[in-house]
Structure formats: C-alpha cells, structure tokens
Design a protein around this ligand. Structure first.
Ligand SMILES: Nc1nc2c(ncn2[C@@H]2O[C@H](COP(=O)(O)OP(=O)(O)O)[C@@H](O)[C@H]2O)c(=O)[nH]1
Ligand SMILES: [Mg+2]
Ligand SMILES: [Zn+2]
Length: 311
C-alpha cells in the first residue's frame, strides 16, 4: 500500500488528525506503535507536531505506521515515581511563552521554569507579555529589567489595540511555534487578531477566580495563510522540571554564563557556596536580584525532589 507523510495537528487518545497535501485525515495508531518500548515513558505515544508515515484505508481514514525521529520534544515531567512524561508538542522551531500584565498577573517563576525547559532542549524561545493596554509604566520597566541580563527575546503585545502584534508575527513567520502560558493571558485572542479568518473561541476571564476557564480542550496546530503555524495550548498551570539535576540549573540561566567560571567551587550552585562570583554579581547589581531569587526557588524545589528520590 502507498505510504504518505503527514504531520499530526491534534491528538485524541489513540486517534489523531493528520495534515498532508493541504487536507486533513483522521488516523489511528497501529498497535505496534502503541506497544513500542521506546514510547513507554510518555503518557501518550504520539503528540502534536509529530511527523508520521501513514497508509490510507478504503474508508478514507488513515493508519499510522511510523513516527519519524523527533527534532525536539517539549514536555513536562512531574513528581512521583509512576508519572510519565507528558509531551505537549514536538518538532518546534520556537516556543512563545505568553503571560499578561494583568488578569492574570505575570508569574515569573512559571516563565523561568519554561525558559529552563527550552534552554535544556535547545529550543529557541520568545517571551511575550500581552494585555499591554492594561500595563502601568513601572511593571513594564520591571519586566525589562528582570530579563535584561538574559539576552532573551522579549516583546509586549496587546490583542485589543494591536500593539506589538506585527513584531510577534515577524518572529512566527515560516516557523512552527508553540503558544504556551496560563489560561486567560490571551493566547487565542492574539491568534484571532493575527488571523481573523480562524474565528477561534476565546474565554472571558472568570472574575471570581481570575484564573480563566479552559475553552481550548486540547492542544491543536493551526496554520495560517501567511506561513505561520501555531500550536495553541489550553492553559498550562503546572510545569515540572524534575529531570534537571540541581547543579545543572545555573547553566540554563543565561545571565550566569559569564561568571560561573570565576566561582571558587566547580560545580557551584550559587547558593550556600563561599567565593561565588554569581552571588557577587547579584550583590553589585549586574544580575537582577529577583531573577536570582527565582533561580534559588527552582533550585530548592529540585534539591528537595532529588533528596527525596535518593533517600
Ligand atoms: N485588555 C486586554 N484583554 C485581552 C487581551 N488579550 C486577551 N484579552 C482578554 O482576555 C480574556 C482571555 O483571552 P483568551 O484569548 O481566551 O486567553 P487564553 O486562555 O490564553 O487563550 C478574554 O476576555 C480576552 O478578551 C489584551 O491584549 N488586552
Ligand atoms: Mg485559549
Ligand atoms: Zn557560584
């Protein structure tokens, strides 16, 4: 039978939607993939973004024969012995970490965890803070300072008045990008603003909790006419980094890079160790203090996890 190559745009358990030749086809995973040992570590064997080989059945549905080698995997790894790795998406060119200035407020510790994941997987990333129409000058300045030492790309957008949306589009052009962030920050509204023809459903932020409801039930890949491909996710609240050893964390904080060679200890976790250059740079203001505190918070959570694991 003739084999085709396609890309997975949505997953529902053992079924998925596959895009090929500008059309979509519903496919099922063949048993040999479901039972493959290699994929056992994941909660689902297949993910949005997967490139696959499939055959078309007589009834017009497809059967997936093979998942092609993944160039990268963006996943979360939770606590607990039996927890499997959740692949959010794979084969990404860019991860856009989206937060908003207000309703909900930006969560820097959450952004920093996502940054660590991207840096570890070597996936380019962009930080996008939305709802700039609601932002006060002080918070704008604070966010710029917070990430200034990291050299990361940072943009501020408003899906209401359109500011910054063209900058965002420039980053997205000719790429497959993941939109990730808490729910209610405006991911879907931004998509609709960029491509009104999509007509995606957005959610009103529920006023009582300010957390927003989940309207995007699943992760889904959306392609637009101007060669932008976005994988939109429902609000991701928890984001585990449980596979990172505490002494490695510092390498994923770019602003430490210029200094760790001058630390007295090697490896140095820039925490309790004496003669630490990173701490000196925090004290003299070249490393932004709150970003360092965020590092220490993540470090402590990793240490706690590894201590329990090896006790
Ligand atoms: N003021 C303001 N509100 C926005 C902006 N973007 C989205 N919203 C509102 O925020 C709420 C949640 O948006 P939605 O796109 O569903 O968020 P998602 O969960 O990240 O997809 C909706 O009520 C939007 O109208 C923005 O730039 N400024
Ligand atoms: Mg949404
Ligand atoms: Zn140090």
């Amino acid at each position: 039978m003739k084999k085709h190559t396609g890309i997975v745009t949505k997953v529902f358990g053992l079924f998925c939607t596959v895009k090929y030749d500008n059309s979509c086809i519903n496919c099922v995973l063949r048993g040999k993939i479901r039972q493959s040992k290699e994929l056992e570590i994941y909660s689902d064997p297949i993910a949005v973004g997967d490139r696959i080989i499939f055959t078309i059945n007589d009834d017009g549905t497809g059967a997936i024969d093979k998942i092609l080698k993944r160039k990268n995997i963006f996943s979360r790894k939770e606590k607990g012995r039996n927890k499997k790795e959740d692949i959010i998406a794979c084969n990404l060119d860019l991860v856009v970490i989206i937060q908003s200035f207000k309703s909900p407020k930006p969560n820097f510790r959450f952004i920093d965890r996502l940054i660590v994941r991207c840096e570890k997987e070597k996936i380019p990333l962009l930080i996008c803070i939305n709802k700039s129409d609601l932002a006060e000058k002080t918070i704008i300045k604070y966010i710029k300072n917070y990430y200034s030492g990291s050299n990361l790309n940072l943009i501020m957008t408003s899906a209401i008045n359109g500011r910054g949306i063209n900058d965002l589009k420039n980053y997205l052009c000719d790429k497959i990008s993941l939109f990730i962030g808490s729910s209610g920050v405006g991911k879907t509204t931004i998509l609709n603003f960029m491509c009104p023809e999509l007509g995606l459903r957005t959610s009103e932020v529920s006023k009582s909790t300010n957390k927003g409801r989940h309207t995007t039930a699943n992760v889904e890949m959306i392609s637009t006419e101007d060669n932008i491909t976005i994988i939109d996710t429902p609000g991701v609240r928890e984001f585990g980094l449980m596979d990172i050893e505490p002494h490695m964390l510092g390498y994923y904080f770019n602003e430490f890079n210029a200094f760790y060679n001058k630390c007295g200890f090697n490896p140095c976790t820039h925490d309790h160790e004496p003669d630490c250059e990173v701490k000196r740079q925090v004290d003299n203001g070249s490393i932004f203090k709150d970003r360092y505190i965020s590092y220490i918070n993540i470090l402590n959570s990793l240490k706690e996890y590894y201590e329990k694991k090896y006790k």
